[in-house]
Ligand binder design. Structure first.
Ligand code: AHR
Length: 493
């Protein structure tokens, strides 16, 4: 089978925002407790932070991490999680039917972010929380001192303000599962007033309004239109949430999921354009895909009220990693409207890292995220892709090749990201360079295997890992790659 890419570094789409390489850490299952924070683990430091997990998170180089939820935030009183640990109340978390000890809270999260050199993206509670609570946490995090909450932060050990730039106005407020669910109109009213109070405290913050929690909601995309129209003047981003699944066990269609991602993104981008035109507005609102990942096998727990229950602990296989890689291709292709994204989540709960008390392993999806986070920078490029195709039940004929590319003029470095969707055939792919022709391949990485269901585990932690491959030479302005079936490759030029 064959494919060809025409690549011209002049044909740019938009600058790639590095905030598309974000994560999400929720007080949920074993993401925080037993994931990032586990004082009982021999692998933790004196503050209870897992050193091995921190090393893996550093490698992924998240540019932002969203916190503390998720559904959790809609019933969370952030003041429960600050101050001396022995005084913090134990509460029921209604979202996940868990016991929340509050031993980890805002200050601990900020320390983790500082060590990871990542920006915190805080969500405020617009479910059970008040406008005042939302303003108070901005005061706690961002004011120098001299007021009640900023002085409280100093008393709790943080002399300098955290300077949190990104704030989510609630979470999935359209969902019947959300504690404090609201209609689009009521949510917008509350969000506008919370935004007003938060910006009166710190006018420099950027706000993310809740878009639809999924494209399957009956209110989608009307919810998004209403929220955009009502909150437009206050917000900077509209959130998108999306989880992919292969419930039908139809790998051919699953590997063509990009059709659905693009459809969702383009619908919301069009809604933004519509509202901008209707308002005769000069400002722009961008998209924040702040929950995205594969999630369909491991759902909620047994309903017992427990601490850190084992919930949503998806084990990711090769086909999932290929979907994640293609999702990130979509991010690059739509870099003009998509300026933030957070993979849900970072540890244990639908995450690239899985822990137990005495160790961890990297899941298959770890690797495509790593490669994009490291090499996709500068401008996203508009590629011309011609490819042999294959038949799918859901999407009809689909290209065997899925690709995106970036070029960073400041580093004089480019990268091409390629997925061969074929389950059994090699794809000979010719990259024809137009304009700037690179002299050689700096490095090429590949994740590949013959079994789409193969996965890593504690027993076999490196069954599937990233390999460095020989990509060959650039001759006459062309590079020919032989992409194995079921593979993700990245060529750095
Ligand atoms: O990421 C898991 C959950 O999925 C989040 O708490 C919620 O926002 C979404 O429904």
């Amino acid at each position: 089978k064959k494919a060809q890419i025409l690549l011209d570094t002049h044909r740019t789409i938009s600058e790639i925002s590095h905030y598309i390489f974000g994560g999400f850490a929720e007080h949920m299952g074993r993401c925080i407790y037993e994931g990032i924070y586990d004082p009982q683990s021999p692998l933790s430091d004196e503050n209870g932070i897992r050193r091995d997990v921190m090393d893996a998170l550093k490698e992924l180089n998240f540019r932002s991490i969203r916190y503390p939820g998720g559904n959790f935030v809609s019933g969370y009183n952030w003041e429960d999680g600050i101050g001396p640990r022995e005084n913090r109340p134990v509460k029921r978390d209604l979202a996940w039917r868990s016991i929340e000890t509050n031993q980890f809270g805002t200050d601990e999260f900020m320390k983790v972010c500082a060590e990871l050199k990542t920006e915190p993206m805080m969500a405020v509670n617009l479910g059970t929380g008040s406008i005042q609570d939302a303003a108070n946490i901005v005061e706690y995090c961002n004011l120098e001192g001299g007021t009640h909450y900023s002085d409280l932060r100093i008393k709790n050990g943080a002399e300098k303000p955290y300077g949190v730039k990104f704030w989510c106005l609630g979470n999935e407020m359209d969902g019947p599962w959300q504690v404090g669910q609201l209609s689009a109109e009521d949510y917008s009213k509350k969000a506008v007033q919370a935004a007003k109070a938060m910006k009166l405290i710190d006018p420099s913050i950027q706000l993310i309004a809740c878009g639809s929690s999924s494209s399957l909601m009956n209110s989608y995309p009307e919810w998004d239109r209403i929220v955009l129209e009502e909150t437009w003047d206050q917000i900077d981003y509209l959130s998108m949430h999306y989880y992919a699944s292969n419930r039908e066990e139809d790998t051919a269609s699953y590997l063509a999921y990009t059709r659905e991602f693009e459809d969702h993104l383009q619908t919301l981008a069009a809604t933004i354009r519509y509202v901008k035109a209707k308002k005769r507005s000069q400002k722009d609102v961008f998209l924040s895909w702040d929950e995205w990942n594969v999630w369909y096998r491991e759902m909620n727990g047994n309903g017992e009220w427990q601490q850190a229950p084992h919930i949503l602990e998806e084990v990711y296989n090769l086909e999932d990693a290929l979907v994640v890689a293609q999702w990130m291709n979509v991010f690059l292709k739509h870099s003009n409207v998509l300026k933030m994204a957070s993979i849900a989540q970072v540890v244990n709960v639908i995450a690239p890292i899985m822990t137990r008390r005495d160790g961890m392993f990297k899941q298959t999806i770890y690797y495509p995220f790593l490669v994009f986070s490291k090499h996709a920078s500068g401008q996203a490029l508009s590629l011309h892709v011609a490819s042999d195709q294959y038949e799918t039940k859901k999407h009809g004929l689909v290209n065997l090749l899925d690709a995106s590319a970036s070029f960073d003029a400041s580093q004089n470095e480019g990268a091409v990201f390629l997925v061969n969707r074929s389950q059994d055939e090699e794809l000979e792919t010719e990259i024809v360079f137009q304009g700037r022709v690179p002299t050689s391949v700096r490095v090429a990485h590949q994740l590949a295997g013959s079994d789409p269901k193969a996965h890593n585990s504690f027993e076999e932690p490196e069954k599937l890992t990233l390999q460095t491959i020989e990509a060959g030479e650039i001759k006459d302005g062309k590079l020919v790659l032989k992409l194995p079936a079921l593979s993700f490759s990245a060529v750095v030029l």
